[in-house]
Design a protein around this ligand. Structure first.
Ligand code: DX5
Ligand code: ZN
Length: 227
């Protein structure tokens, strides 16, 4: 059974020269997912890692790999990530010409699919596709870089997304997770969970500390206090 809350360390803030070891260490420290940020210097102003690196990390990842695509176009690269071991693939609606088709492509590739909402992107995009999604990802920073501050307005958006997801799950019985990405720390994770999130991406908050296990444990202790 899926735990109530999942912590997904973003390897964007890991030591790229020792990526396999970093993935093993953070999983041993209690990570539920490995968050894999793909940036193309086109859709976002930064350039990171692709399917080759995902495939290389696969033997080191004993938990699902959560691939966050910040690339445009999206469709060409989806099957490559599915073959490289992605379990979940999320993408931004602005980066796809045909959002419904991209969701279908991800699911046909054998992965679960999620739609990502930038701070200024309205949740309206969910209206006609929510029943095909496995995840909704709310960005609490503008995508492109680790180490940015959490945008407080994201809490209102998480609450609104929670309502839409609960209504859809009640209608269909299909689970949909609500992930939050950007500026998640020990001191705000509880408020983010109280707003309705169940999956928490944290890059600098985890990889910026010496003891990943202690940081993840402190996050879980905060989550344990959610009513
Ligand atoms: C930002 C990425 C995030 C990033 C989060 O575009 O999508 O996953 O790594 O980093 P922190 O947790 O440091 O804000
Ligand atoms: Zn991300």
């Amino acid at each position: 059974m899926t735990p109530r809350y999942r912590i997904a360390p973003s390897i964007l803030s890991a030591d790229f020269a020792r990526l396999g070891e970093e993935v093993r260490t953070v999983i041993a420290a209690g990570a539920d997912l490995v968050h894999f940020d793909v940036m193309d210097n086109h859709y976002v102003p930064n350039l990171t890692i692709g399917p080759l690196v995902c495939d290389a990390l696969r033997p080191h990842a004993s938990v699902p790999i959560d691939v966050h695509l910040m690339v445009k176009p999206v469709d060409r690269i989806v099957p490559d990530f599915a073959k490289a071991g992605a379990a979940n693939i999320t993408f931004h609606p602005e980066a796809s010409e045909h959002v419904d088709r991209t969701i279908g492509l991800i699911r046909e590739s054998g992965c679960t699919a999620g739609l990502v909402f930038n701070p200024a992107t309205p949740l309206d995009w969910l209206m006609h596709v929510i029943d095909k999604l496995d995840m909704v990802l709310i960005m609490s920073v503008n995508p492109g870089f680790g180490g940015q501050s959490f945008i407080p307005h994201a809490l209102e958006k998480i609450k609104a997304a929670r309502k839409l997801i609960d209504a859809a799950m009640q209608r269909t019985g299909r689970p949909i997770s609500l992930e939050v990405d950007g500026g998640v720390k020990i001191d705000n994770i509880r408020a983010i969970a109280e707003a309705g999130a169940d999956t928490f991406v944290a890059g600098s908050a985890i990889f910026g500390t010496k003891d990943y296990a202690a940081t993840i444990a402190a996050m879980r202790a905060e989550l344990a206090q959610v009513g």
